[in-house]
Write a protein that binds this ligand. Sequence first.
Ligand SMILES: *Cc1c(COP(=O)(O)O)cnc(C)c1O
Length: 433
Amino acid sequence: MDFISTRTTAPAATLSQAIAAGLAPDGGLYVPRQLPPARPLQAGTSLAATAATLLQPFFAGDALEPALADICAAAFDFPAPLVPLATGNDHVLELFHGPTAAFKDFGARFLAACLSRVRAGQERPLTIVVATSGDTGAAVAAAFHNQPNLQVVVLYPDGRVSPRQAHQLGCLGGNIRALRVGGSFDDCQAMAKQALNDAELQARVPLSSANSISLGRLLPQMSYYAHAALVHHATHGAPLNLVVPTGNLGNAMAAILARALGVPLGRIVLATNANRVLPDYFEGGPYQPAASLATLANAMDVGAPSNFERLRWLYAGDDAALRAAFTARAVDDAGIRATIADRYRRFGEVFCPHTATAVQVLEQLRASGEAAADAHWAVAATAHPAKFEAVVEPLIGREVPVPPALAELLQRPAHAEPCAPVYAALRGALLDG
Ligand SMILES: *Cc1c(COP(=O)(O)O)cnc(C)c1O
């Protein structure tokens, strides 16, 4: 299969090329030239085996095809259980059992497994430049740690990520460098973008990105939805409906693609925080990217959801069809706080702020009857609440135990290099790295 750009002017690329490039050269996002037909999927196989079957047509004919099973085994070596909630027919799909306790571990580990093979035998290492407001950088750093021929430079706004997030970025060492930038996340992102567009620098230091537009992160995310929906369907004979906490729309886009490949998923509803670009669009307004607002669900603080371009491609640019197919609802910080406190008080359930947006949206759908009482729904639980203890613990009045993989990272000493919020400082760091 080959891949084309959503903006259609870039030449078609192989999967390996699209994964190595990240963004297409015309500034668009890579998408498959056409969607493969529905896959012969079976419940009861492992998550890694489901992933390999689902992803096979996308790898067909590519140099990575023979390695697909190994790549899936490496990336999907921790579970994504579908766990019932106290309220009838509601579930959480727990996506936070990886090394950094967020769903981004799946995509980052799959991308690392692909890139380490794409780069094998190259003389110079490939440097991944990531600007992060927390979760992405941690997942990418952990996934690429000790991978031969690859190194990572993470930029984060000093003092503006949580202490635990900063620790996760700085504690790995080796081929991972953490730069604490004396500026904002936007400064970090602008610096990273400038490096990725600097041809003269790239001739000396090969660079790539690992943000959520990368096909190497998007495609594998279909797998946990497929695995959960197949097992659920085999048990209950009913499709699983989803609410997905949404920022750049990568995780939800993966669910939408999985459904298009024949995975037994019902409705897919998007939950956002106070950043209302998607709810406003799906309620009939124009698509209007805006500056992002800071919220308690900070990994979803996105004013211009990058994968929206892929969603429009899937619906051939037909806004009316797109609006008819999806619902998006916003939950503000007060709603996030109330949901975390209330679910704990009533049921002893503990959610991270991102997951809480989706739990709140599901409660609204149930209350209005839009989600029928006998329909089965799941909320994607995108991070472990222990990552956001400063928000969660005061609301529930107790400590949240830290999962073992995260605890292991937090025990290591951490070190980050200071970096001025100007491009020349990043360029200098890359050249003497
Ligand atoms: C990244 C992230 C999201 C948003 O996912 P997108 O793919 O950007 O929509 C939601 N929750 C958590 C915890 C995240 O880290």
